[in-house]
Design a protein around this ligand. Structure first.
Ligand code: CP
Ligand code: NVA
Length: 309
């Protein structure tokens, strides 16, 4: 059974197959409406159960549309309506019941531990739709978007991240190893990426450089990424953290350090880490980026169902 929890645990070959499949399927949908199924209806009659313990707009919409386009259906559970949250049912029993009724489970969670317990007890594939340490579906889709726009393999590009060392960056670090691209990171010294992950990247031929200023990281980049300084449910002194990141904002000056044809990406939702001018400017591809979640998640689902051809 194939889960989709962290990019690190999936082979480069499989990740590349997912991207290729997404490209093929997207190109074949030109004349179809949003909820019309792909001609081959590969997941006909299958049920995706999804649950969000944290807010979501894009992941929620894109998984719903993704499974519909594969001719399956989606059911979204509200955690506050389950026995689970009130202590009336164990996680392992919940996992077994979800596995009995559904064919795949997509979870956005506030706890890696919970994700692991569920995984252990599920007999259907589980997809990580964001956890405190990882946002793999987002980043794989971003690789797709970059290759779609740049029309070349991401391995030939330099990707720059400016901002917090959060779940999205963790997945980007994992992707940089799996897809062999150069990754430059600008963050305050105190907020460097996880040491264990960096040493995993180093041991696996990662090409990662960390800077404590935006200029160093942005020079020569093909893509500039950022994300909110305060992630969902971050329990910390928000004002203090925002102050510490005051020199790590993506504005026109930062974009000028990158290549002339560089693009700007942001998984959204956004905060003050990017100027309006950049976010709404010509180099910004954030809406194309958001929509592509549908196409890549369809192929992630097919990977999980072992139907990737
Ligand atoms: N980028 C992303 O995952 O958006 P949502 O939080 O709205 O799902
Ligand atoms: N890093 C952000 C991503 C939101 C999609 C968060 O975890 O809140």
């Amino acid at each position: 059974m194939k889960h989709f929890i962290n990019l690190k645990d999936i082979s480069s070959n499989d990740l590349k197959k997912i991207i290729l499949n997404a490209r093929k399927r997207k190109s074949k949908r030109k004349n179809l409406n949003t909820l019309e199924a792909d001609k081959d209806s590969p997941l006909k009659g299958k049920l995706l159960i999804q649950m969000f313990e944290k807010s979501s707009l894009r992941t929620r919409l894109s998984f719903y549309i993704a499974i519909k386009q594969l001719n399956g259906g989606a059911l979204t559970l509200r955690p506050d309506e389950l026995h689970l949250n009130k202590g009336g049912e164990s996680l392992s029993d919940t996992a077994k019941i979800i596995s009995t009724f559904g064919n795949a489970f997509m979870l956005r969670t506030d706890s890696e531990k919970k994700l692991n317990i569920l995984k252990k007890n599920m007999t259907i594939p589980i997809i990580n739709g964001l956890s405190p340490n990882s946002h793999p579906t987002q980043v794989l889709s971003d690789v797709f978007t970059i290759e779609e726009i740049k029309k070349k393999s991401i391995s030939k590009l330099q990707i720059c991240w400016i901002g917090d060392s959060n779940n999205v960056l963790n997945s980007l670090i994992e992707a940089s190893v799996k897809f062999s691209f150069k990754l430059t990171i600008a963050c305050p010294k105190k907020y460097k990426p996880n040491k264990k992950l960096l040493s995993w990247a180093k041991n696996n031929k990662g090409q990662i450089k960390i800077f404590s200023d935006c200029k160093g990281a942005a020079i020569g980049s093909d893509v500039i990424f950022t994300d909110k300084v305060i992630s969902l449910n971050d329990n910390l002194n928000k004002k203090k953290k925002l102050r510490e990141f005051k020199d790590f904002k993506v504005n026109s000056a930062v974009m000028k350090y990158a290549k002339k044809d560089a693009i700007f990406l942001h998984c959204l939702p956004r905060g003050s880490e990017v100027s309006n001018e950049v976010f709404l400017g010509k180099q910004s591809k954030v809406f194309q980026q958001a929509l592509n979640r549908i196409y890549v998640q369809k192929s992630i689902l097919l990977y999980c169902f072992d139907k990737l051809r």
